[in-house]
Each structure stands twice: as C-alpha cells, then as structure tokens.
Design a protein around this ligand. Structure first.
Ligand code: URP
Ligand code: ZN
Ligand code: ZN
Ligand code: ZN
Length: 481
C-alpha cells in the first residue's frame, strides 16, 4: 500500500517546507517536492494544510485502577479518541500496587493494552522497594524497552515513594541508563492539610486545591532535582502546574543539570475558579492532581514552554465519570483524581498556542511530539516527518473549526473540561502506521492494531551525563607512595 500526501506544508520541529510525503506500508519513504506516486497510490490533497508528525501524549492513564475505582477509558477507546484528535502514540504508566511484583504488574498492563488501536509505550512506576524491584527494573530496561521510571511523591498511604525508595530507584536507574520521572507534590503535607480542611468542615471539591498549594509542588520538584543532581541522573518532572516547579527547573537547567519538564494542556488553560462552581458534579470533575492553579500560573507555564524550561505537553488523561467522582460526595479526599483530554490536547494547544502567537508551528510540533520522542529516545522513528520515520502524521487544516463537547467527543467520559470551547485549526486527517484512521470526522480504526514501542536506554543526553560523571568520580587518596 502506498499513500501520497500532496501539496501541503510539511512542519517539523526544526523547519517547514512545501513538500509531498510518500508512504509505503507503515513508513515514510520520501519527503520532497513533486514526488511521483506509484500508480495504485492513494493520494491525499493537503493544499492549504500543514502536514505534521502525529502527536505523542507522554502521560496517559487508560484503565487505571485508582482510588477504589478504575478509569472509564480503556486502551481501545482511549487510543481511538487520541487518533480522532491527531495523537498517534501514547506513553501510559504501569503502576504496581505497593508490594506487588513489578513484572506481574507489567504483564497485566501489557495485556490490557493489547486492544489499543494506536502505538503505545510504558513508563513503569516504582512504588515500593526490595531487591526484586531492582531486578525488575533491570529486566524492564534490558529486555522490555523501558527507559523511564516514575515516582509519585504524592498519594501517601498508597503509591507514594519516600526518600528511601527514591534514592534506591534513582541509583538503579542511573546504572541502567533510564530516566527518572516524578509527580512532584509533597504527599506528607497534603495528607496533613486534607485533614485540616475536613476539620474545618470543608468537604467539597474546593478542599482539593486548598490541601495542595503550589508551594508543595515546588518543594517536591526541588527535592527531586536535588536527588537527581546528587545521583547524577537525568530527571523528567511530569505535569508542572505552577510557577514554583517551573522556577525550580529553570534554576537547575541554568546550572547545567539535565532536567526536563512536562506541561498539561489543562493546566495551561484552566484556573482554580472551577472549584468554586456551585454544582458539585462540575467542580468534582476538575479534581485532579496537581490541581488547577490560581490565575497567573497558566502564563508562567506558557512562558516556560517558550523559554525551553519545559519541553513537552501531555494530558494526564485519567477518565472518571460522574458516578465515579461521586464516590467522594461527602469527602473530597475520596474523589478519584483525574481529568480527560487525549482527544483535545492538539486542538486547544494549536488554538491557544499557535493562533495566539505563543508558539510557532515548529514549536507546536516540538511541544506536542518531537521533544517527547527525543527525551524518551524514539526520535526520529517518532516525532518527525522524514524518510525512514514511522508514517504517523496529521493533515492539519488551520481553518477547520471544532466546538469541543462531551456530546460529540470520542472519549469514554461524560464530561469535558473544555466544554463549549471553539477552536480553529484541527486535524482533517490522521494517518497512523501508514493508514488513514481518521478523515473528515470519520474514524476507521482497528482494535489491536496499536504496537508496543520499545524505547532504548541511554538517550544521547544521558550518555553525556554519564561521561561527565565518569570524569569526575571521587578517588581515594593514595598514601602508599
Ligand atoms: O489526578 C491525576 N493526575 N490522576 C492520575 C494520577 C496522577 O497523579 O498522574
Ligand atoms: Zn551502583
Ligand atoms: Zn501525577
Ligand atoms: Zn498521571
């Protein structure tokens, strides 16, 4: 099967050019002007459109068992919604329960993901420690294509990693050439503040942000950065929601440390006024961690993305329907944390990023696809439109409008945090693995067509860190001569 995308402007992270894109099977085989297609080729006219790498969402939680329930979106419905919105790959999380065998959790998540219709990969969370966990990290890194391990500094009494787990896991990750990632919020102080709020009679969703002030995110980010610095390991901080954590990353990067940061579309565009909504269900639907922040933090995140302090954008797609959110009706600490967005990220970031002059088209590609591929070491197989890359791309019509709504979205959740927003600029067509999976509102996906994408250890920046470390290893004083 050949496919020719003709007459568009190809936008990569580093440059744009008027070019055709020729696809054979699941690969791009040529990018150039006036390409000749084989006779049987399916031709897509992209004139007036941008042709960009499909989005990669580096932070999703399909089917996540969490806070006494299971996220309503599974790997099939979630990747289908992703493809509808122009995202052609997700990186999800294997999250072992404390004391659970890590390889067993790995097998479980892999089984769930078999029905995905878009490509996927897995970060693996380290939620507890003994020797078997270290061995599992080794097996995952050397045999299973896992190059990133996640640490939750929040969720005390559940999946939180304490300093001891952090130290052991960071040390092991460095030996393996794997990236350490963290959810940065101080779980100890959150647990304290949650009880304080309940004692004050604050039981509704407004208690959620009150118990998770941005200072606690700043503290945890600083702590993770310090650990990574001392342990000499590259660090990736997920879902930076506030100025404090962004400032911490900026300082570390200014000092030469390899620290990367992710921003969520929601955190960039929504503020904490949502928790004041008089309708309990509506307010509860915005309960996610870290919470939406007071006005001002959103612009700080945009600026950090422009400045290169943050490199990637994600959604933290974790769907809980109204009936699930109501589990915390009398106690906000029991509202399952999470919001949806995998279908909407590309659209809202284009509209509020490119259309608003905050991002160039090339920066959009960097922030939605290429940088994730680079940091997690799958570039340029993913994240670029060039010969040899996977044929995952979008034909993007900058004039096409969409009004976002729970009534028309493909995500398996009865709420949309961007409800009623109109965006200009969306994917007209999504091509994944060389096949048209979405065109003009029509999905044509195959359950199980998604492939697991292994990610090799020691990305290039990691090799640099390791080289610098070897050159500066402390030595004992020789007192014999
Ligand atoms: O509220 C959130 N973000 N739920 C999913 C788990 C996490 O912290 O990423
Ligand atoms: Zn060692
Ligand atoms: Zn998190
Ligand atoms: Zn998450």
């Amino acid at each position: 099967m050949s496919l020719l995308v003709k007459g568009g402007t190809v936008v990569n992270a580093d440059h744009s050019q008027r070019a055709d894109v020729l696809i054979e099977g699941d690969k791009i085989v040529a990018v150039g002007t006036d390409l000749n297609a084989p006779e049987d080729a399916e031709v897509h006219d992209a004139s007036g459109c941008y042709v960009m790498p499909g989005g990669i969402d580096p932070h999703t939680h399909m089917q996540l068992p969490f806070m006494g329930t299971v996220a309503s979106e599974d790997f099939y419905t979630g990747t289908r919604a992703a493809l509808a919105g122009g995202t052609t790959m997700i990186i999800d999380f294997v999250i072992p329960a404390p004391q659970q065998d890590v390889m067993e959790a790995w097998e479980t998540w892999n089984g769930w993901a078999e029905k995905a219709c878009a490509d996927y990969s897995f970060h693996v969370a380290i939620t507890w420690w003994d020797d078997s966990v270290g061995q599992a990290m080794e097996t995952l890194a050397t045999e299973k294509g896992v190059n990133s391990f996640k640490h939750f500094l929040a969720y005390k009494g559940a999946i939180m990693a304490d300093d001891s787990v952090l130290a052991k896991s960071f040390h092991k990750a460095r030996e393996l050439g794997a990236i350490c990632t963290v959810h940065a919020e101080n779980g100890e102080l959150i647990a304290h503040l949650q009880q304080e709020m309940l004692k004050m009679g604050i039981t509704g969703p407004e208690g959620h942000p009150l118990s998770r002030p941005s200072e606690l995110e700043g503290e945890a980010a600083e702590r993770a950065i310090t650990f990574a610095d001392v342990m000499n390991v590259p660090l990736y901080i997920v879902h930076n929601s506030c100025k404090e954590s962004v400032d911490a990353i900026a300082r570390a990067r200014a000092q030469g440390q390899r620290v990367f940061g992710e921003a969520l579309a929601g955190h960039m565009l929504i503020d904490d006024s949502v928790y004041q909504n008089k309708d309990w269900d509506t307010a509860a639907h915005y309960v996610m961690s870290p919470p939406f922040r007071p006005k001002g933090h959103q612009e700080a995140i945009w600026a950090a993305l422009q400045a290169g302090t943050l490199q990637t954008t994600a959604t933290d797609h974790a769907c809980f329907c109204t009936s699930q959110k109501r589990m915390g009706h009398n106690n906000f600490t029991q509202i399952p944390n999470g919001t949806a967005g995998v279908e909407d990220r590309m659209h809202v970031l284009w509209h509020h990023g490119v259309n608003a002059g905050r991002l160039t088209e090339n920066e959009f590609v960097a922030a939605t696809s290429a940088n994730t591929a680079k940091i997690f070491n799958i570039y340029p197989r993913k994240g670029a439109i060039l010969a040899g890359a996977d044929a995952d791309l979008v034909i993007w019509d900058p004039e096409r409008k969409r009004t976002i709504s729970k009534d028309s979205h493909h995500m398996n959740i009865d709420f949309n945090i961007f409800e009623g927003w109109e965006v200009t600029g969306t994917n007209r067509t999504t091509i994944a693995q060389g096949k048209v999976v979405y065109h003009d509102g029509e999905l044509n996906v195959t359950e199980g067509a998604g492939r697991y994408i292994p990610r090799p250890t020691f990305p290039p920046y990691y090799q640099a860190v390791e080289k610098a470390r070897q050159d500066t290893l402390p030595k004992p004083v020789d007192r014999m001569g």
